[in-house]
Design a protein around this ligand. Structure first.
Ligand code: PGA
Length: 247
């Protein structure tokens, strides 16, 4: 089966709840039907977003979760809570969370298992820093991050995962990886899936590229054999998102 192009807009800490419904409604009828579009909005805007995508084939995603089901974790939100409100996807291990909130590969694994247990599709982010790329250890870094993130996740569940390759140096910088650089790493991730599981898993898993994707470069990136869409920050907050999705 052909893999679908999945394009997720990561709004990060942008846009007010009161602006969210109108913003999403503005895209109605503009995306190609064969695209899966996901709006990953701030937690406080999730319910408005879920309402706004009713009657469309867009989905809503969260940007983080807590791996425990419930309990004394003040300020946190569980996978079950997200699923209960109609959220379908959740970004896990974004480099900003790793950098500013101390997220580790082991934590990413715990969150991914929690998300899968609640029926959410985790978008697991991996990617090297500029220093790591310059040391020529990109593939080792990304393999390690991916391997730990998938630890103890069985074959049936892993097919529901999205992996987003996001080189840290390309995020929010305007420096996009070339389609060749992005394809090389996405292919290495797919090869790792074949190694850890089998060919059918490797063929089924959606692997996105993220990092300064825009309306001009999306088409070339998404047409690479191992790139099945993107995780998009800045451009997902503009009308340009239509060009990104339609690639
Ligand atoms: P960017 O962000 O598209 O603004 O580079 C991507 C991301 O952080 O997911």
């Amino acid at each position: 089966m052909e893999r679908k192009i999945v394009v997720a807009g990561n709004w990060k800490m942008n846009m007010l709840p009161s602006q969210t419904g109108e913003f999403i409604a503005g895209f109605k009828g503009k995306f190609k039907d064969d695209r899966q579009v996901v709006f990953c909005v701030p937690a406080v805007s999730l319910s408005v977003a879920v309402e706004a995508v009713k009657g469309t084939n867009y989905a809503v995603g969260a940007q983080n979760l807590h791996e425990k089901e419930s309990g004394a974790y003040t300020g946190e939100i569980s996978s079950q809570m997200l699923a209960d409100m109609g959220v379908k996807y959740v970004i896990i291990g974004h480099s900003e969370r790793r950098q500013y909130f101390g997220e580790t590969d082991e934590g990413v694994n715990a969150k991914a298992q929690s998300a899968l247990g609640a029926g959410l599709i985790p978008i697991i982010c991996v990617g090297e820093t500029l220093e790591e790329r310059n040391k020529n250890i990109t593939l080792e870094v990304v393999r390690l991050q991916t391997k730990v993130a998938l630890h103890n996740i069985e074959e049936k569940a892993v097919k529901n995962i999205v992996i987003a390759y996001e080189p840290v140096w390309a995020i929010g910088t305007g420096l996009t990886a070339t389609s060749q650089q992005a394809e090389e790493v996405c292919k290495a991730i797919r090869d790792l899936l074949a190694e850890l599981y089998n060919d059918s898993v490797a063929k089924a898993v959606t692997i996105q590229y993220g990092g300064s994707v825009n309306g001009k470069n999306a088409g070339e990136l998404f047409s690479q054999p191992n790139i099945d869409g993107g995780l998009v920050g800045g451009a997902s907050l503009k009308a340009e998102f239509v060009d990104v999705v339609n690639g």
